[in-house]
Design a protein around this ligand. Structure first.
Ligand code: FE
Length: 388
């Protein structure tokens, strides 16, 4: 809503339109973030505040290869904390996986959780920390009604993508709904996050691209969300600018230390954005590509984002213009060219497959979250334009 007010300019009074900003805020970010080189070693004392026996939750390989597991173990040992390791988290973790991890946490009597890795170990760790102290049946897992108790959590992201280290979401593979579904509760915000970009040095460029696009998607979808506020828009804008600035280097062989650090920071900012705004249809639609075709999560978002922006643009050109300006672009087609360069050849799907995915995605809870709410036919159109 615009209202008018009058200002004096010389002897004249000028009527100006005042855009009323929505200054309603409800900003909650309980996670302590420490960032920088060797931040785990330099802040080992923070682990002592969480407990005396830790469950380290990781994937099968990467945390061992990039040195993050060694750094965590050294820090825990230094402050006299014992630990057990659960290193069976697969990508897109299953419900069985988190119940198994929680069982181990109970048997071993741990009193906090350390998650190391990308989105999969981090999301699994949140569910494990919850299930370790609450009896929740598999049927009730996504209900959202949990008691206010959880094991404290320390998170070490080793990719720059999910922002899971600062969100209250744990996304799990949900075979019953044939998609990925999130546990969402303020109870599962991590207690502390350690951001050291040195762990990104061993990532493949493909992983850096996919995770970077996921982070971009979070920031973009945050700005498209009906829950966007002045604060989340500032975080999203900074995140978008930083990620887009690094994209050209992703066409080369490797990123500089500064670029890795900037991406890790941007991904954390985008995490703070979606902690408040949630994601939108892009994520809901991408989940089917991951669930049915095992397409990487970030890549799935990247395949759909351009066509979704075109859909939004038809009804709300202003927000898309703002997004394009942040990316230093004039047209969505420029964005599509960039995505094509980064993602390479696209997967192809049949019409029947895409209709089925649209039927699943339209039921997702983040569909009504966009400033322009898509109908089933709109999802079919976005899928078709992106993937046929
Ligand atoms: Fe995501």
């Amino acid at each position: 809503m615009a209202s008018a007010y009058w200002v004096k300019s010389g002897k004249m009074q000028i009527k100006r339109e005042k855009r009323r900003m929505n200054m309603e805020l409800n900003f909650y970010m309980p996670t302590k973030v420490v960032m920088g080189r060797e931040c785990i070693a330099r802040n080992a004392g923070l682990f002592s505040q969480l407990g005396s026996r830790a469950l380290i939750v990781t994937g099968v390989r990467s945390a061992k290869m990039n040195g993050s597991a060694d750094d965590v173990i050294r820090a825990l040992t230094e402050v006299g904390i014992s630990y057990v390791i659960y290193d069976k988290v697969m990508s897109n973790p299953t419900i069985d996986c988190v119940y198994e991890g929680a069982r181990l946490a109970r048997i071993e009597g741990v009193d906090f959780v350390v998650a190391i890795g990308g989105g999969s170990p981090m999301d699994a760790a949140k569910a494990i920390a919850l299930l370790a102290v609450q009896d929740i049946s598999k049927e009730e897992l996504f209900s959202g009604s949990y008691d206010n108790k959880v094991l404290p959590m320390a998170f070490v992201p080793t990719t720059a993508g999910t922002g899971s280290e600062v969100t209250q979401y744990a996304v799990l593979t949900n075979d019953k709904a044939r998609t990925k579904t999130s546990i969402a509760s303020p109870v599962i915000f991590p207690t502390v996050a350690f951001l050291d970009a040195k762990y990104m040095k061993s990532l493949s460029m493909e992983t850096i691209i996919n995770t970077g696009i996921d982070a971009l998607s979070h920031a973009v979808e945050g700005m498209l969300s009906v829950k966007a506020t002045v604060m989340t828009n500032i975080l999203a804008a900074e995140s978008i600018r930083r990620i887009v600035a690094v994209f050209p280097s992703m066409k080369g062989q490797m990123l500089s230390d500064e670029e890795c650090e900037s991406l890790l920071y941007a991904s954390m900012l985008a995490g703070m954005v979606i902690a408040h705004t949630g994601t939108t249809a892009v994520h809901s639609m991408g989940y089917s590509l991951t669930y049915f075709k095992e397409i990487d999560h970030g890549r799935a978002n990247g395949l759909l984002l351009g066509a979704f922006l075109k859909f939004v643009q038809r009804n709300n050109g202003k927000v898309v213009k703002e997004l394009l300006e942040l990316m230093n672009m004039k047209q969505i087609d420029e964005f599509n060219v960039l995505m094509d360069e980064l993602l390479g050849e696209k997967e192809k799907f049949t019409k029947e497959e895409l209709l089925e995915y649209a039927r699943i995605a339209i039921k997702a809870k983040n569909i009504p979250n966009c400033v322009v709410i898509p109908e089933y036919e709109d999802l079919v159109e976005v899928y078709s334009k992106s993937l046929m």
